[in-house]
Write a protein that binds this ligand. Structure first.
Ligand code: ARG
Length: 466
């Protein structure tokens, strides 16, 4: 569409009481079209539902409705095919579309804005957009969980060191470690589902803030737009951005989980750890050091999280001091959400690819699992179980065995029986059964524990829910 508005004349949409047009800086600070054009499809959908309802209620004629709907569909294809000229002077997506409608269908276009305001219009468009994004996020998380379930299945028996303080703690299985992420992303996905439930109310018809005197049917528009029901308070409706903040907070929590995983992948893929090898598809080389394979994708996932957190804090801060109902501050909600959504999508997609593609070095993991006296707790538990020692005493005895092994430069399982018996007479050669990493792992059959049988139970639980 050619932008024919004269710079000096007042705005053709709301300029009735204005003698002249805005200052250039005013126009620049005021316009949102640069980013809210992303909402074009939602805006058109909302307007079609609104016009249809207006005609159904006898507020506009069926003839005007047909012109409006036809015109809006034309605009939709113009925008989709890149044949629409957005104008900054028309401020935002709502007025760009309405102005084009006027050019296409004439005076009937002016009837579309009956019984609504840009305040409920933008609340609608943005809600629809966030709802779709949440639905996309839900699917992507399901894909990530599926990738982890496959890796967990494959490695239900592969032993690796479990860490606390990033110090070797007790042997676990790699499958169990994968399932920890399944739990995290499963919770993220259920947060997404709750958020969809929370925002599933239609704002359109709240009008500027007080509702309208026209006999509209908000239940009809709610239904047509796929919402469960209309919102119940018109003031809240135009001033609420909880749905966007909720999306950002879920993105931040999910991002935090992704970032922890990214950090682990960075550590695991160092030559020092060597637990995993990233595929060529998800790593890069160095321009100067030919031996290097860098986990750039994981590092960028870690970084995206910072960006998402920034968006959450930005929108919380934008909203915190606003009196009810709408204030223009709220226009700043969109870029935060758009940017966070893009970061989150990329991060989940990259992580799903890395998890699916990475090669797991089970030999390195197993060797590391046995180092650092990782079966010390198993020795203590054996002393409690077989020799009847109180756990505190068993802990002390085990500590002495660890100190001895350390001074000899060997593992607990390599200490001769005589040495162990010198520390505590009740120790027999049966103790060696629990000092291997496999025995340690297999013994932890408590619900949610690391034993392969338990890991498989949890995999089955999640397979049935994914
Ligand atoms: N572009 C505006 C926004 O994103 C639309 C709503 C404008 N409403 C108003 N009363 N000026 O918030």
């Amino acid at each position: 569409m050619a932008d024919t508005t004269d710079t000096k004349s007042s705005n053709q949409m709301w300029g009735g009481r204005f003698a002249s047009g805005p200052d250039a800086i005013m126009e620049e600070i005021n316009a949102s079209i640069g980013f809210d054009k992303k909402l074009f499809a939602q805006d058109i959908r909302g307007s079609i539902a609104h016009a249809t309802m207006l005609a159904h209620q006898g507020i506009i004629s069926a003839e005007d409705r047909d012109k409006i709907v036809h015109g809006l569909n034309t605009i939709l294809s113009e925008i989709e095919s890149g044949n629409f000229e957005f104008s900054r002077r028309l401020e935002d997506i709502h007025m760009n579309i309405e102005a084009r409608l006027a050019t296409l269908i004439g005076p009937a276009a002016g009837r579309l804005h009956t019984a609504r305001s840009r305040n409920d219009q933008v609340a609608l468009d943005f809600r629809l957009w966030v709802k779709e994004e949440l639905e996309k996020t839900e699917k992507m998380l399901t894909g990530l969980i599926a990738a982890f379930l496959d890796r967990a299945d494959e490695h239900a028996e592969s032993v690796m060191p479990g860490f606390t303080h990033l110090q070797t703690a007790q042997p676990v299985t790699f499958g169990h470690h994968c399932m920890a992420y399944v739990e995290m992303f499963g919770r993220d996905r259920s947060r997404v589902r709750h958020a969809i439930e929370h925002l599933d109310e239609s704002p359109i018809g709240a009008a500027a803030l007080a509702g309208t005197g026209y006999p509209i049917d908000r239940h009809m528009t709610a239904k047509a737009l796929g919402f469960r029901e209309p919102t119940r308070n018109s003031i809240d409706t135009v001033s609420d951005r909880d749905f966007a903040i909720e999306f950002l907070s879920i993105a931040a929590i999910t991002g935090m989980h992704l970032s922890r995983l990214a950090e682990e992948i960075v550590i695991w893929s160092t030559p020092q750890f060597g637990f995993v090898r990233l595929s060529d598809a998800f790593s890069t080389g160095s321009s100067i050091m030919p031996q290097k394979k860098n986990p750039d994708a994981a590092e960028l996932v870690r970084a995206k999280t910072g960006r998402i957190n920034g968006s959450l804090v930005a929108l919380l801060t934008i909203m915190k001091g606003l009196p009810l109902a709408y204030s223009k501050d709220m226009q700043e909600d969109k870029e935060q959400v758009f940017d966070a959504a893009e970061s989150l999508e990329l991060a989940i997609a990259a992580m799903t690819g890395m998890v699916r593609d990475m090669t797991v070095n089970t030999a390195r993991m197993k060797a590391a699992a046995g180092s650092g006296f990782s079966t010390a707790t198993d020795l203590a538990d054996w002393l409690v179980r077989e020799a009847g020692l109180p756990f505190r005493d068993a802990h002390h005895v085990t500590g002495r065995a660890v100190a001895l092994a350390e001074s000899k430069g060997c593992d607990l399982a390599e200490l001769p029986l005589a040495d162990l018996q010198a520390i505590h007479a009740a120790i027999t050669d049966k103790v060696y059964d629990v000092l291997t990493v496999e025995a340690s792992v297999a013994s932890r059959k408590s619900f949610g524990g690391t034993a392969p049988s338990e890991v498989r139970r949890q995999i089955a639980f999640w397979r049935a829910r994914n």
